[in-house]
Ligand binder design. Structure first.
Ligand code: TRP
Length: 426
C-alpha cells in the first residue's frame, strides 16, 4: 500500500520563536520520523509575498526558517524539504484550480472576509487595500497540497477552512477531468501546547511577545527574565495556575522535572530563581541546535544546495504529474489528436520493460518496443528489487545520460526515444 503523505508549508514571513518550535516544528519533526509516512515540508515564500513587500525580509526569513528546521533535526534525506518558488509547477496548478474554483468560495474565505468587514466598518470601499493575491491565497495553498496528493495536512485551527477549500477545488477538478487528486484532510494537533509569550498571552508575532528560538544565549536569558510574573516575594508560595513561566517550562521538561518545579513553586521559590531554572532547561535543549543554526546562517550556500536537492526530489513528482494534468485539461501536443479511446490504444502500443528470472537464478529485465522487438537487455541482478531499481533509474535519469547497452542492431537513439515515449505517456 502507498504510504500516507503528510505535507505542510511554513510562510517565510518571520523569525521562528519558541512558540513555533513547541507548537509546530518539534512535533512535525517527530512525526516525520514515524514509519509509513512520506513527509513534505516546504517554505511557502510565494505566500509570504502576499503579506510582505520588503524583499530583504522575505530573503532573511527564508534563510532563518530553512536553517531552523534543519538545526531542529529535520532530515532532508528522509523527507522532501523544498522552497515553494523552486517548483514552477505550483503556479501552473494554481491556474488550473483557479479555473475550477467558484469565486463565491473565495468570497467566503475568513481572511478576505475580515478585510472586507474592516473596510465596511471604516466606511471605505469594501476591497480597499485588498490585493488579488490575498483573495487567491486559498487557491495557491490548494495547489501546494494537491500537487503532491497529500492525505494529511498538519495545520493550526485557523487554517482548517483552507483545507476544506482545497478539498472543494480537488473535487471540482476531479469531477470535470477525472480522478486526479486525493481529497486532503486537516490534521489538528490537539495535544501540543500553545505557548504563552512574555506577557502571558499566546506567544505570537502579532503581540510582539515572542522569544526567538535561536536568540543568542545571553539575550535568551534576558528575555526569559522579562517574562511577566506576579509580585509574590521570595519565600511566598506561588501559583502554577496561570503562570506563563511554568507553562513554558512544562513544554520543555519531563514530567518529573515539571513535578519538581511545581514543588518549588509551593515552597516559595524566588521568581528570579525560577527564571534561571527555566533558562537552563530551555538552553539545555536549544544550545546544540543553536550551534548548527549559527553555522548554517554563516553558510547559506549549504542551505541553497539542500533546497535545490529538495526541489529536484519534489519535481520528480510535480513535473510528470503536471504533464498529466495538462493533458487532462486539454493542453496537449497537437500531433496527438484523438479520442480517449485512441489515447488508450496508443498506450498499448508503447515500448515496455519486462522482468524475468533466468535458470542461473538471477533477475533480468529487457526493454522491448511495441512490436516486441528487443531494444535493450540487462545484466543479471541478485534480487528483483535491484532489477526494479535499475529500471527506475533508466526511467528517471535523463535517458541520454543513463548507462545501457543497446541490443544488436539497435541504436542508442532508438533506446532513448523509446524511454522518452514511455516517459511522455506516464
Ligand atoms: N497558510 C499556511 C499558514 O499560514 C501556510 C501554508 C501555505 C500551508 N501553503 C500551505 C500550510 C500548504 C499547509 C499546506 O500557516
Amino acid at each position: 500500500m502507498r504510504s500516507t503523505r503528510v505535507l505542510t508549508g511554513i510562510t517565510t514571513s518571520g523569525t521562528p520563536h519558541l512558540g513555533n518550535y513547541v507548537g509546530a516544528i518539534r512535533p512535525a519533526i517527530a512525526a516525520s520520523r514515524a514509519p509509513g509516512v512520506e513527509s513534505f515540508y516546504f517554505l511557502a515564500d510565494y505566500h509570504a509575498l502576499i503579506k510582505i513587500d520588503e524583499p530583504a525580509r522575505i530573503q532573511r526569513s527564508t534563510l532563518e526558517i530553512a536553517a531552523t528546521w534543519i538545526a531542529a533535526g529535520l532530515d532532508p534525506e528522509r523527507v522532501t524539504f523544498y522552497r515553494q518558488s523552486d517548483i514552477p509547477e505550483i503556479p501552473e496548478l494554481t491556474w488550473f484550480l483557479t479555473c475550477v474554483c467558484g469565486k463565491g468560495l473565495l468570497n467566503r474565505a475568513h481572511a478576505y472576509k475580515a478585510s472586507v468587514d474592516k473596510n465596511n466598518a471604516a466606511g471605505v470601499d469594501p476591497d480597499a487595500d485588498v490585493t488579488a493575491g490575498l483573495f487567491m491565497y486559498p487557491v495557491l495553498m490548494a495547489a501546494d497540497i494537491l500537487m503532491f496528493n497529500a492525505h494529511r495536512v498538519p495545520v493550526g485551527r485557523d487554517q482548517i477552512q483552507h483545507i476544506e477549500m482545497a478539498r472543494d477545488m480537488a473535487a471540482s477538478f476531479n469531477h470535470r477531468y477525472g480522478e486526479h487528486f486525493v481529497l486532503p484532510e486537516a490534521q489538528i494537533e490537539e495535544a501540543v501546547a500553545t505557548l504563552p509569550g512574555l506577557d502571558g498571552r499566546k506567544m505570537s508575532k502579532s503581540y510582539d511577545n515572542t522569544i526567538p528560538l535561536f536568540a543568542p544565549r545571553e539575550q535568551m536569558r534576558k528575555l526569559i527574565a522579562g517574562i511577566k510574573t506576579d509580585s509574590r516575594a521570595p519565600g511566598e508560595p506561588k501559583d502554577t495556575e496561570g503562570s506563563a513561566l511554568f507553562q513554558i517550562y512544562q513544554a520543555f521538561a519531563t514530567p518529573d522535572e515539571t513535578a519538581a518545579l511545581r514543588q518549588a513553586y509551593a515552597d516559595g521559590i524566588a521568581w528570579a530563581d525560577a527564571k534561571q531554572v527555566l533558562f537552563e532547561r530551555i538552553d539545555h535543549e536549544i544550545a546544540p541546535m543553536r550551534d548548527t543554526y549559527e553555522s548554517l546562517m554563516r553558510h547559506p550556500e549549504r542551505l541553497e544546495d539542500l533546497l535545490h536537492a529538495g526541489a529536484a526530489k519534489a519535481r520528480a513528482i510535480a513535473t510528470p504529474f503536471t504533464a498529466k494534468l495538462r493533458h487532462a485539461v486539454g493542453l496537449r501536443d497537437l500531433r496527438a489528436q484523438g479520442s480517449e479511446k485512441q489515447v488508450k490504444a496508443a498506450k498499448a502500443a508503447l515500448p515496455s520493460f519486462k522482468q524475468y528470472r533466468e535458470s542461473d537464478g538471477q533477475f533480468y529485465f529487457k526493454l522491448v518496443d511495441a512490436q516486441g522487438k528487443l531494444l535493450l537487455q540487462s545484466t543479471g541482478y541478485a534480487a528483483p528489487k535491484d532489477a526494479g531499481q535499475a529500471i527506475r533509474a533508466l526511467q528517471q535519469a535523463d535517458a541520454a545520460s543513463a548507462q545501457f547497452t543497446p541490443a544488436d542492431g539497435v541504436t542508442q537513439e532508438d533506446v532513448v526515444s523509446a524511454l522518452h515515449q514511455l516517459r511522455d505517456a506516464a
